[in-house]
Design a binder for this molecule. Structure first.
Ligand code: BGC
Length: 747
């Protein structure tokens, strides 16, 4: 429905004029951990929020970090953003958003604190599983769909964390410094698309500092870019306890300060602000602007309408009151149809990285005995990871998925293979301590085992090796878990935890046909066994039906179609952050110390625009698997590429044919680069993709549309996007490293 802005603004002004200073101050900060202040006298409700990207989080007491713990908050568990991105399917992204929004509304929320869309700059970042990709184009396309899906349900998305929240280590106090071009080309486009194209009704600032200002009270980000440049009139939340200063919080584009302490009255935007306004130190108009945004938000999510009578003559006041919208979408959660969406999405998130000698699929008709090794076969992940944790109605583990898929004629035997120490973050209230609690290393580590643990480790490995000799079909399911893919901590290295390399190699020694499945939210170092394993599958935390989807792909019921949304470097030392960039950041200079508060280091993004494949290609650094890679049980032939230029628009077409013997989906990727690549530019960049389904023998012509913007780079001197004239190469392929056809075009 189109908004009548004039009408809405008049109503908002009328209600605003009824509010006292302390009522207004109450509205702009949390009065519970997930609710902002209300004004019952005028019918104004608080804004009820909930995490997070994979589903609607369990309910907490408003002033204690303890889960309430009834059975009423079990929900559907959706694939994490790292999994959704691997589908390269925008329709699925939309469906996942729609389910998330519907369930959030069903649970009585006004805003779901999702999606997380920070660029995956560093494979060690503990929250990468909540994020989409290393590529800004892929991030933008997926984020837009997720947000639009969420917001179909009278509920708001809250895109986060604006911006450059690219590491968890010292996330509260690290300052990100980067040049303007890099900022505009890599880190900003996802947020810009979320705000301008998807019209995200809210956005969350970040903990970290950006060019010396904390993200959640930064004038350059929240005022200059968001409010002035993008003309954003939606709602800006702080991250939880991310504010440091009343004036900055008040005078920047922030609207609502949320926190983790129950001392709500003393939040920066509560009593301290009220006092500052009374003392004439801060202009009340800052508060009015926030209240306007809050009221507009409440109208947009259809929580209230404002009823008002116009002022009856000069000197008379308009009378206004907020009333609930009676036919607001009630949403619902946990329904069977949601589980079908979760399954449909999960199927496309699984990536076949390697399949030598057609080791996969493992046909059920001829498979009689399967040995499954590895903790991730038997583990569920929904209730972990930090604020992304949820109480899943159920979660099909890979082991359950396999046992169900193969049925009663096949023996599916499980052995753990390696030892996983007890989690150190068990317990519900980690968030209470979250501002103090960032790890420099992930909690679980191979070192430091007790004598008994060492014995157990050996026993599990010996058992796996003994059994692997006996079984024809062995599937190793390992990787990471939410002790490592976790909020508040970065991994120490890309090495697999729990001695998995050693176990896997010992198993491959006795059974070279072993199929390997990696479950993880971030790249891991697979070099110890990657060349030996014939078949490798990759999946992220892919929701309540993740195990079903994996099993269907192993059996061949479903053809794999996921592709990497991030490059897989061999080790951390190979990454652009390690080579050029700075992580976890250097000590502050004396000038920085003076200028910045609550900051203890600066990380300069010296790699510039060379993030992910832009770096590996430019500097010819080999990776384990390239961006966009993912195999199928079918083969595809690409042909008849055409490029036409007309009135500033370039239309590209290509014919793709399924030359295999099974129905399959293919994510066809379009990259653009200069024909003669200049020093400052990447070799090529993703500028289009289409996922299509093809029956055996079927072909389709796919079309892409490019404008000058897609051929442009940000010229920092001129502060504008500019396309240089010259020859460009448009390449179409099955991955960034598997280009099937290309044509050049002159600008
Ligand atoms: C996280 C946010 C989350 C918030 C509320 C913070 O620690 O960074 O992503 O939405 O907590 O739980």
């Amino acid at each position: 429905m189109r908004e009548n802005k004039k009408e809405m603004n008049a109503a908002i002004e009328a209600l605003l004029s009824e509010l006292t200073l302390s009522e207004k101050c109450r509205m702009i900060h949390g009065v519970g951990f997930f609710v902002s202040g209300d004004v019952p006298r005028l019918g104004i409700p608080g804004i009820v929020s909930s995490d997070g990207p994979c589903g609607v989080r369990n309910d907490f007491y408003p002033d204690r970090w303890y889960v309430i713990g009834t059975t009423a908050d079990y929900v559907s568990y959706l694939p994490s953003n790292s999994a959704i991105a691997a589908s390269w399917n925008t329709e699925l992204a939309h469906d996942c958003g729609m389910v998330l929004g519907r369930e959030a509304r069903g649970r009585g929320k006004d805003v779901i604190l999702a999606p997380g869309i920070n660029i995956k700059r560093n494979p060690l970042c503990g929250r990468n599983f909540e994020y989409l990709s290393e590529d800004p184009y892929l991030v933008s396309e997926m984020a837009v769909q997720i947000i639009e899906g969420i917001q179909e349900n009278d509920v708001a998305a809250c895109v986060k964390h604006f911006v450059c929240n690219n590491q968890e280590l010292d996330r509260y106090s690290v300052n990100a410094e980067l040049d303007e071009r890099t900022f505009r080309e890599i880190y900003l486009p996802g947020f810009e698309a979320a705000i301008k194209r998807a019209k995200s009704l809210s956005i969350m600032g970040s903990y970290n500092l950006f060019r010396g200002e904390h993200g959640s009270e930064s004038r350059s980000l929240l005022t200059d870019i968001l409010r002035k440049e993008w003309k954003y009139d939606g709602l800006v939340f702080s991250d939880w306890a991310a504010n440091h200063d009343t004036r900055d919080a008040a005078e920047s584009g922030l609207d609502v300060e949320m926190g983790i302490s129950a001392d709500f009255e003393n939040y920066y935007l509560a009593k301290p602000l009220e006092k500052a306004v009374e003392a004439g130190e801060i202009d009340e108009e800052c508060i009015n602007e926030k209240v306007r945004n809050i009221l507009r938000f409440l109208i947009r999510v259809r929580k209230i309408v404002i009823e008002y009578t116009k002022a009856a003559g000069r000197g008379k006041k308009a009378k206004a009151v907020a009333v609930p919208v009676s036919d607001r979408d009630p949403g619902y959660y946990g329904g069977l149809v949601m589980h079908e969406y979760a399954l449909k999405a999960a199927r496309e998130t699984v990536i076949l990285l390697k399949n030598e000698k057609k080791r996969l699929p493992l046909k059920p008709s001829t498979t009689r005995r399967i040995l499954v090794i590895g903790d991730n076969a038997n583990r569920v992940h929904a209730n972990g990871g930090g604020s992304a944790e949820i109480k899943a109605l159920y979660e099909v583990s890979p082991l359950l998925g396999l046992a169900r898929e193969y049925g009663g004629n096949t023996e599916v035997h499980y052995t753990p293979g390696y030892y996983v120490p007890k989690k150190i973050r068990d317990g519900a209230n980690w968030q209470e301590f979250s501002v103090m609690d960032t790890f420099s290393t992930a909690p679980a580590d191979d070192k430091g085992y007790s004598a008994n643990e060492k014995k157990e480790k050996k026993r599990l490995k010996d058992e796996a090796v003994r059994l692997a000799k006996e079984y024809d079909d062995v599937i190793f399911i390992g990787g990471l878990d939410h002790d490592l893919d976790v909020e508040g901590a970065d991994r120490k290295s890309m090495k697999l935890p729990y001695g998995q390399d050693e176990v896997l190699n010992a198993v491959l020694d006795v059974n070279p046909d072993t199929i390997v499945v990696m479950v993880a939210g971030s790249p891991v170092d697979m070099r110890a066994w990657k060349d030996r394993a014939k078949a490798i599958l990759w999946m992220s935390y892919n929701g309540m039906e993740g195990g079903t989807a994996l099993a269907e792909i192993i059996s061949g019921t479903v053809c794999p179609s996921g592709k990497l949304a991030e490059s897989m470097p061999g080790c951390y030392e190979d990454t652009p952050v390690a080579h050029f960039g700075e992580y976890p950041g250097r000590k502050l200079t004396a000038a920085e110390k003076k200028r910045m508060k609550a900051c203890n280091r600066t990380g300069e993004y010296k790699e510039g625009v060379f993030v992910g494949y832009r770096y590996y290609e430019k500097f010819k650094v080999p990776v384990q698997f390239p961006f966009g890679h993912g195999l199928s049980y079918a083969e595809f032939k690409y042909s008849d590429m055409t490029v036409k230029k007309n009135a500033g628009v370039i239309t590209v077409s290509v014919k793709v044919k399924n030359t295999g013997i099974v129905t399959a989906k293919e994510a066809v990727q379009l990259y653009v680069g200069e024909k003669k690549v200049s020093k400052e530019n990447p070799v090529k960049e993703l500028k289009g993709f289409v996922k299509t389904e093809l029956k055996p023998g079927q072909s389709k012509v796919l079309r892409f549309r490019l404008t000058e913007k897609e051929l442009s780079h940000f010229d920092a001197k001129e502060g504008a996007w500019k396309a240089d004239s010259g020859a460009y190469l448009i390449s179409i392929g099955s991955s960034s490293a598997d280009i099937r056809c290309s044509r050049s075009v002159k600008l």
